[in-house]
Design a protein around this ligand. Structure first.
Ligand SMILES: Nc1ncnc2c1ncn2[C@@H]1O[C@H](COP(=O)(O)OP(=O)(O)OP(=O)(O)O)[C@@H](O)[C@H]1O
Ligand SMILES: [Mg+2]
Length: 220
């Protein structure tokens, strides 16, 4: 279970551009569920997702994983915890353009001590599930935006993480790919993964087990 207790994020505190992006939000995310954060542009979804996934430290409040507060842990601990347990699909795709789709997917494996050969089959299976198996050997810079989004998606899932964080995972993709992403997310949940997404996509909200609506940084 992931729990946020009264978390607030103020950007640029004390400056002319101070922004209260998230204000006093508490929520609980149960294991093996899909949870959607939703609300209008600028309401704080990405900020919230970044705090839940320990990329961004809240100005105040606490985040607990399985009942343990994690914000006071060292940066090193958080980095290792993220690497071992989290998969990320964020809006900035962050692929390496001059490497192939398959190489990009295997990047988290190259970055660890594991043997990439062991993951090739899973990578190929997932690229196939996302409908881009025939692009595996293509350079990422030669792929369309939607194809790149799907490569990033497979990369996030390659190590079969316990928690998956996805910021608007269907925003750049066509209807057909959206459906594939719905299926993949549902499969992951059914296999026991916990999926936290931000989205405006009504279909994604429908398949979510819980939806948290936000408005101007607060729970609506
Ligand atoms: N790094 C930052 N520094 C300062 N202000 C920021 C920063 N990131 C976001 N903000 C501001 O915080 C507020 C919440 O932004 P956030 O990106 O969390 O919203 P969002 O709900 O994800 O929006 P969208 O649906 O457009 O992606 C916005 O007013 C935004 O301008
Ligand atoms: Mg956002």
């Amino acid at each position: 279970m992931i729990e946020a207790r009264n978390i607030t994020k103020i950007y640029n505190r004390g400056k002319f551009n101070e922004t209260a992006a998230v204000v006093d939000i508490s929520l609980k995310i149960k294991d093996k569920t899909i949870v959607a954060l939703t609300g209008p542009s600028g309401c704080g979804k990405t900020t919230m997702l970044s705090m839940l996934s320990l990329i961004l430290t809240p100005s105040s409040g606490e985040i607990l994983y399985d009942g343990d507060g994690v914000l006071r842990a060292s940066d090193f601990w958080k980095t290792v915890f993220r690497r071992n347990n989290f998969g990320f699909v964020f809006q900035h795709i962050n692929l390496l353009p001059q490497y192939t789709a398959l190489e990009n997917v295997l990047l988290p494996i190259y970055a660890s001590d594991e043997d990439p050969a062991q993951y090739k089959e899973r990578a190929t299976m997932m690229l196939d599930e996302l409908g881009i198996a025939d692009r595996a050997g293509h350079l990422v810079e030669q792929l369309s935006g939607g194809e790149q989004q799907r490569v990033a998606f497979v990369r996030a899932l390659i190590k079969n993480p316990r928690y998956i964080f996805a910021d608007e995972p269907t925003v750049f993709v066509d209807e057909e790919t959206s459906k594939i992403i719905y299926r993949t997310l549902t499969r992951l949940r059914d296999e026991g993964r916990t999926v936290v997404i931000s989205t405006h996509d009504v279909e994604l909200m429908k398949l979510s087990d819980d939806t948290f609506r936000m408005c101007k940084g607060r729970r609506a």
